[in-house]
Design a protein. Structure first.
Length: 202
C-alpha cells in the first residue's frame, strides 16, 4: 500500500483492503445480525440495526488498528482496547431501574458480546466469530424458556424470597426487632386507662 503519513488512500488501496478484509467484515455482519435478530424479535432497545452497527464498528476499528500499527508502527491493540470503554457507555444506556427492579442487563450483555464478535472478526478469526455468534444466539433463544420457568416456579420463588430476607439490611432488621419489642412492652389502651383512672369514693 502507498498510504503513508502524507498520502491518502486511493481506489486501488481500497480494492486491496477489500480483498483482504471483506471476509472479516462479512463475519462481523453475520454475527451482529444474529444477536440483533433475537433482540429485535423480543422488542429490546438494542435491536437489529444497533447490534449490526456495534459489531461492524468494532470490526472496522480493529482493522484500522491493525493497519495503522503496520504502517506507522506501534501496538495494534492500543486502539482496540478502547472499544471496551466505549461499549460500557452504550451498555449502561440500556440498563433501567423501575420500581426496584433492574431491566436491560441481558441487552447490555448482548451489546458487549456483539463488540467481542466484531473485534474477533476484525482480528481475522472469521470462523470463530461466526461460531461465537451462533452460540450466543442459541443461548439467547433456547434459554429464554428456562429463564421464564425459573422465574415462575414456586420452589425457586420461595428460595429467592428466603435469600432476599437473608440479604436484607441489618439496620432494618434491627429496627424492626426494636419495634416489635416496644409494641410487646407497651400496655394496651384499656389497661392504661384503667391504671390511671381515679379510684371510686366509698
Amino acid at each position: 500500500m502507498a498510504v503513508g503519513h502524507y498520502t491518502n488512500e486511493t481506489l486501488q488501496d481500497f480494492q486491496l483492503l477489500a480483498e483482504i478484509y471483506w471476509p472479516r467484515v462479512a463475519a462481523a455482519v453475520i454475527g451482529g445480525g444474529l444477536i440483533g435478530a433475537e433482540n429485535q424479535i423480543y422488542g429490546k432497545s438494542a435491536g437489529l440495526r444497533t447490534s449490526l452497527l456495534v459489531t461492524l464498528a468494532c470490526a472496522v476499528i480493529t482493522i484500522v488498528s491493525i493497519e495503522t500499527g503496520y504502517l506507522y508502527g506501534g501496538e495494534p491493540s492500543r486502539i482496540t482496547a478502547q472499544i471496551i470503554a466505549g461499549i460500557g457507555f452504550i451498555g449502561g444506556g440500556v440498563i433501567l431501574r423501575n420500581r426496584g427492579r433492574i431491566h436491560g442487563i441481558t441487552t447490555a450483555a448482548s451489546i458487549f458480546v456483539s463488540a467481542g464478535i466484531g473485534i474477533m472478526a476484525g482480528s481475522g478469526f472469521i470462523v470463530s466469530a461466526v461460531a461465537i455468534a451462533i452460540l450466543s444466539f442459541v443461548i439467547l433463544m433456547v434459554l429464554r424458556p428456562v429463564d421464564y420457568f425459573i422465574n415462575r416456579y414456586p420452589l425457586f420463588l420461595r428460595l429467592r424470597a428466603i435469600d432476599r430476607r437473608k440479604m436484607a439490611d441489618p439496620s432494618e432488621r434491627a429496627s424492626s426487632r426494636h419495634a416489635v419489642r416496644r409494641s410487646a412492652h407497651k400496655p394496651a389502651s384499656g389497661e392504661a386507662s384503667a391504671e390511671h383512672a381515679p379510684a371510686e369514693r366509698p
